[in-house]
Design a protein around this ligand. Structure first.
Ligand code: CDP
Ligand code: MG
Length: 136
């Protein structure tokens, strides 16, 4: 049975800065993830802190919020078959060193913090994250 889902993707500042938007979008489309909506924005640190609040107890939280708000990002709604898991696989492991070949993070990630992309980790979080950026 088909299971069409939506998930949230972010192209992070390190990848926007290196002009990787088109390359990353090409990989998404090639893997049958349709880009339903896309916008380039620049978050304030407070907005980044709100978006990443699930990580507020982590030691890397402050740096993470500074980093996400350090430059423009591209936020996208992806739609496709099992989109949440499909996109997590294409994205690759959090640390690019551990990411499998041909994943976005293996191809483009610079380090665990500058790892080029974000992806929702569950259907519930995908809905929350899409609502955070896109009010339909
Ligand atoms: O992004 P992902 O879901 O793979 O990982 P996460 O555990 O939800 O962490 C969110 C983000 O925090 C990661 O994408 C990293 O950029 C950053 N992070 C970090 O800077 N240092 C760590 N030790 C772990 C995560
Ligand atoms: Mg996560």
């Amino acid at each position: 049975m088909s299971n069409i889902e939506q998930t949230l993707s972010i192209i992070k500042p390190d990848a926007v800065e290196r002009n990787l938007i088109d390359e990353i979008k090409f990989i998404l489309k090639k893997n049958n993830l349709n880009i339903k909506d896309s916008k380039k924005i620049h978050l304030t640190k407070d907005e980044a802190a709100d978006f990443y609040k699930v990580h507020q107890s982590k030691p890397f939280y402050n740096d993470l919020c500074s980093y996400l708000s350090s430059g423009p990002i591209v936020v996208m709604v992806l739609e496709g078959e099992n989109a949440v898991l499909t996109y997590r696989k294409i994205m690759g492991a959090t640390d690019p060193k551990n990411a499998k070949d041909n994943t976005i993070r293996k191809l483009y990630g610079l380090s665990i913090d500058k790892n080029s992309v974000h992806g929702s980790d569950s259907k519930d979080n995908a809905k929350k994250e899409i609502d955070f950026f896109f009010k339909y």
